[in-house]
Design a protein around this ligand. Structure first.
Ligand code: GTP
Length: 357
C-alpha cells in the first residue's frame, strides 16, 4: 500500500475537443457511469493506499471543490490549487510543489481511464532509483500517439512524435512518479509542457527516466467517442473503478429514471436521474445525462445526450453529442461525430451528417 506517496491530479484543461459538453463542466467533472469522471480515478488512487491528493485546477476551478470538498467522503484529504493562467501540464505540477511533502509523488492526467497497478508503477520507480518514472502502456494503434521507447534496462531513450511507422507500441499513459525535488526543478510561473519540455530536458541532462510498461486497460477520455466508450466500459465492469454506483451490467439506471418496458437499453448505457425513455426505443452504449428525454422508437448508438435534452420520436442519433436542453425533432437522423450545441432546436425529419450545429 502506498501510504507514503502523495498524488497530484491535473484537471485544469479546457477540454476543447469535448465541446459543447465542456462548456458547462470541466472534462473530469462530466457525469460518467453515474459520478463525475474524476471520482473513478480518485477511487483507484485511494484503493492503492494514497490519501493525500492535490488537484491542479484552472478552468471552472470551483466545480471541483464544490463537489469533492475536503475529500473526507472518500476518506481522502483533497486540496485545490488554482492557476489564474493555465500553466500547462508541467507548469501545473510545479505550481503545486509547496503543497507536497512526500518524497515520491504520483502525477495523473485527470482525463485518463486506466486499470494499471499503481503500486507496481511506484515499485519500478524505487527499484530503478529513478528521477521520474512514466507509466507506458502498449496499444494496438501506436500510430495515433507519440511513442516512448525504452532500453533493456527499462530506461526511456526518447520521446517520439506521431509517425506512420512507430518503432514501439509503448505510449505515454499520462501517469508518472516524480521525485519531489525533480518537481522543484521545473521552471516556475510560466506555461511548461511536461511531454514536450520537462521529459526531453531530463533525458538530455542524463537523468534517470524509467518506463513502467504494461498492457493495462487504458483510454484517454479526450474525444466524445472515447468518452462514450470509456463510460460504457465502466458500466460493464471492463474498466475498473471502485466508484461505480451499482453492480456492473449492460446498463446503469440512476434514481428517478423511467424506462418503458418495451425499450432496449444495453451496451453499457448510463441512464441519468429523471431520464425518460419511451416505448420501443433502442439505446446502445450511450450516456444520457440527467433529465434527458428519449421519445418512442428513437434509436441511439454511442450517443451523448446532454442534461434536459430531448430526442424526438423515431429519431436516430449515432456517434453524436447533443448539448444540454437541445431538441432533436422527430425522425431526424444524426450521425458521424456531429455535435449539437445547447438549446438548439432541430426541426423534424432532417438528415444531417455534418457540420456542427
Ligand atoms: P483539449 O482542449 O480537448 O485538448 O483537452 P485538455 O485541455 O484537457 O488538454 P489535454 O487533454 O492535453 O490535457 C491532459 C490533462 O492535463 C487533462 O487532465 C487536463 O485537465 C490537464 N491540463 C491540461 N492543461 C492544463 C493546465 O494548463 N493546467 C492544469 N492544471 N492542468 C492541465
Amino acid at each position: 500500500m502506498l501510504h507514503d506517496v502523495e498524488a497530484v491530479v491535473l484537471v485544469g484543461g479546457k477540454g476543447t475537443r469535448l465541446r459543447p459538453l465542456t462548456l458547462s463542466a470541466p472534462k473530469p467533472m462530466l457525469p460518467t457511469a453515474g459520478v463525475p469522471f474524476l471520482a473513478h480515478l480518485l477511487s483507484r488512487i485511494r484503493q492503492a493506499g494514497v490519501r493525500r491528493v492535490v488537484l491542479g485546477t484552472s478552468y471552472l476551478a470551483e466545480t471541483f471543490s464544490d463537489h469533492f470538498g475536503d475529500g473526507s467522503a472518500m476518506d481522502m484529504e483533497i486540496s485545490y490549487v488554482v492557476e489564474n493562467q493555465p500553466l500547462g501540464t508541467g507548469g501545473g505540477i510545479r505550481n503545486v510543489f509547496k503543497y507536497l511533502s512526500a518524497d515520491d509523488v504520483l502525477v495523473f492526467n485527470g482525463d485518463v481511464l486506466c486499470g494499471t497497478d499503481l503500486t507496481a508503477v511506484v515499485d519500478t520507480h524505487r527499484r530503478t532509483d529513478a528521477d521520474v518514472t512514466l507509466h507506458l502502456v502498449r496499444v494496438q494503434n501506436p500510430r495515433a500517439f507519440g511513442c516512448v521507447p525504452t532500453d533493456d534496462d527499462g530506461r526511456v531513450t526518447a520521446f517520439l512524435e506521431k509517425t506512420e511507422d512507430p518503432p514501439t507500441d509503448q505510449i505515454n499513459a499520462g501517469c508518472y512518479v516524480f521525485r519531489r525535488d525533480v518537481i522543484e526543478s521545473i521552471p516556475e510561473g510560466r506555461p511548461v509542457s511536461v511531454e514536450r519540455e520537462t521529459f526531453p530536458d531530463l533525458l538530455a541532462s542524463g537523468a534517470r527516466v524509467s518506463g513502467h510498461v504494461d498492457n493495462a486497460y487504458w483510454r484517454d477520455m479526450g474525444t466524445p467517442l472515447d468518452l462514450v466508450h470509456g463510460s460504457a466500459d465502466l458500466v460493464r465492469g471492463v474498466a475498473p473503478s471502485a466508484a461505480l454506483p451499482g453492480p456492473p451490467g449492460e446498463s446503469l439506471v440512476l434514481n428517478g429514471a423511467t424506462v418503458d418496458r418495451t425499450a432496449r437499453v444495453f451496451g453499457g448505457t448510463t441512464v441519468g436521474r429523471g431520464v425518460t425513455i419511451g416505448r420501443g426505443a433502442r439505446v446502445e452504449g450511450s450516456m444520457l445525462f440527467d433529465g434527458a428525454v428519449v421519445e418512442d422508437n428513437a434509436r441511439l448508438v454511442y450517443a451523448v445526450i446532454g442534461a434536459g435534452a430531448r430526442v424526438g420520436e423515431g429519431a436516430v442519433v449515432h456517434d453524436t453529442v447533443i448539448g444540454d436542453r437541445a431538441v432533436v425533432g422527430a425522425g431526424c437522423e444524426l450521425r458521424r461525430g456531429m455535435r449539437i450545441w445547447p438549446e438548439v432546436v432541430l426541426p423534424p425529419h432532417g438528415v444531417r451528417f455534418s457540420p456542427d450545429v
